[in-house]
Design a protein around this ligand. Structure first.
Ligand code: AMP
Length: 112
């Protein structure tokens, strides 16, 4: 099933890109929940965490490392939060696996 993120990857919908390589794309969230709110997505269509296969392990590891590099470019020295929402209770609204990189303010815990 094609999602809005597939359309962004295909260039059919614009995004404010902050990082791209052959496998990964990162761009500003359209409705930011923090001063820095970046979405980091695999170009491979993976609906969510439950769909991950062993062959995706290296990709997920790279995505975490890229997230930290992006955090550096936004000078998030005080820290940040990396979130994956999974399923209805997790608050997932787009069925294409994505990390939220949130920072630039002190984030509360637990989430609502
Ligand atoms: P989630 O609710 O965890 O599935 O996250 C989906 C995120 O995608 C939300 O934070 C939305 O604001 C964001 N989003 C939806 N459409 C776009 C878009 N066209 N460009 C950038 N971010 C988007």
């Amino acid at each position: 099933m094609s999602t809005i993120f597939d359309k962004i990857i295909a260039g059919e919908i614009p995004c404010k890109k902050v990082y791209e390589d052959n496998d990964i794309l990162a761009f500003h969230d359209i409705a930011p929940k923090a001063p820095v709110h970046i979405l980091i997505i695999p170009k491979k269509s993976i609906p969510g965490v439950p769909s991950l296969q062993q062959e995706d392990d290296a990709l997920m590891g790279r995505m975490i490392r890229i997230a930290n590099q992006i955090a550096d470019t936004f000078s998030l020295e005080n820290g940040y939060r990396l979130v994956i929402n999974s399923g209805t209770d997790g608050g997932q609204s787009v069925d294409h696996l994505h990390f939220h990189l949130l920072g630039g303010r002190s984030l509360t815990w637990p989430p609502g």
